[in-house]
Design a protein around this ligand. Sequence first.
Ligand code: AKG
Length: 271
Amino acid sequence: MSLSKEQISHFKNHGYTSVPNFFTAREVQALQAEVERFKREGLVRNVATDGDGETHSKTKANLQLIPLYDKSDLIRALPFDGKVTNATAQLIGEPFVLHLDQMFLKPAGHGIGTDWHQDNAYFKISDPLKGTAMWVAVHDATIANGTIHVVHDSFKEEYLHDRDPNSDHHIHCQVPEERAVPIELKAGGVVFFCYGTAHSTKANTTDRDRAGIAFHFLHGNCVDRANLVDKKRGQPFLLGPETTGGEAEYGVRVAGTWEQEIERVLQETSN
Ligand SMILES: O=C(O)CCC(=O)C(=O)O
């Protein structure tokens, strides 16, 4: 899959671009099965707090699981897939690494959003267009269930961040709300937004859980090798001369296993 000229120029000029149907129905089914397993095995953690940034809430939930590569061979294989590496290379250039992978699950009714922030407030790379998130709608993501929102052109600005009192570790900021854009996606759609783009999710007011999986990709020139890339933490080069298809970081070749992983997960689910 290649992104269109319009999608690439929208990312470079405005900081984000969405791609409907990036993943097929079969791929989505496998991702949904993994999310169900994470729930079943109790791997997710509620990071929502009751207004003091510390006391974990019993009434609202923002369930996070990070990292994912060590808990799911399927999700470990996903960023190596050609359509992901091609699209990412079109947006940030190569070489690049997988910087982070994580899931946010918003339970039906009491799921809360992740408040406004710019990822670059955490990472502080010199050119905010050289890192991108790829946020995957694992279930249909709508305004009613709190889909991701982005602020148009916000990568051109730096907002002041402080601790979010409704999370045990996140930071947040104020944004020009009049430029906020909700991105509604059918399951399998993705939105790429650069490290400077302010984004948030909202409450899930529906009667069905909604999950998003976010991968962050960082250009090799911005990689602070001492702090950001530690091979033991599973931050593989995905494209460029240093890539080993995952062998250096994971001890096994992961590139090229996406299809077989989907088949495996779907088989296990049907048993
Ligand atoms: O899905 C969410 O609630 C937050 C996602 C996010 O902040 C990110 O992908 O960087």
